[in-house]
Design a protein around this ligand. Sequence first.
Ligand SMILES: [Zn+2]
Length: 329
Amino acid sequence: MTDAGEVQTFRGPVAAGDLGTTLIHEHVFVGHQELDLNLPHPEWDEDALVDAAVAGLDELWELGIRTVVDLTVLGLGRDVARVARVAERTRVNLVGSTGYYTADVLPAYFQTHGPGLLVGGPDPLEDLFVGDIERGMAGTGVRAGMLKVVTDRPGLTPDVCRVMGAAAVAHQQTGVPITTHTHAPSRNGRDQLAFFKECGVAPERLIIGHCGDSQDLDYLRELMDAGATIGMDRFGMEHVLDEDRRVRTVLELLRLGYADRMVLSHDAAFFSRVTPPSWRAVHAPHWHMQNLPRRIVPQLIAGGATEEDVQQMMVTNPARILAPGGDRA
Ligand SMILES: [Zn+2]
């Protein structure tokens, strides 16, 4: 069990109240180790990109950002040692995460390992998640500060449920919060909420992610009225939903009194093989971690949000949720 008020970062524990302005859903590097070995990406240059990430984080510091949560879990090419090379050279706190990113099925290893399966043994997912939180990730000693699960178009497939069940066990054992990826058009944050409630996870300990892709206020209010926090966390992903609509939705929910149930972020990356820098430069030029401080926050303020609203969404709410067991019902 971790100290209830302390959040694990790449530099060790930080008091939740000291996290400051936080981007709660980002990625440092999204990759794929097997593809890197066999189909190297022409835009990937590790040393140059580590330097670029350090420079990018230092620029965020100048803009007032103090903490960035890296939600690159297994399935997205998590490489904790590589992120540690970045973390040791910047003042911004980086928070690492554990979980498994799959929209549908887990790799074959997981089909044979676990209770009742061919090779048997305990569920390796539970061991992984709990170990990452309590002892550290991949032998680095850096402990995970958040759990991440995914539900996409295929919905609650058996393997998606297995990952979510293991995350619920790890959450209950450690108090570390759970954040999610949803497919907003399916409104499947509802399914996640129901699943986790069934497992005994308090909605207050959940961030239902990618809610900013939705403009369905009834759906979003339903999640927040149940106690969950929603991630308005893809500012700059114009290829999914344009910025004006994202801003308008946040403003409308602020008017309805939901400042304490929203968090803001970009789901950006310093490098992603999925949407490499050359593609982003053309199709999503504002999809980077400076978009909120430079462009979106001023638009929110111009649209009627108060400085207190912004503070609530970018400082108070992230601190409340990231503190292990901080808001347990
Ligand atoms: Zn993400």
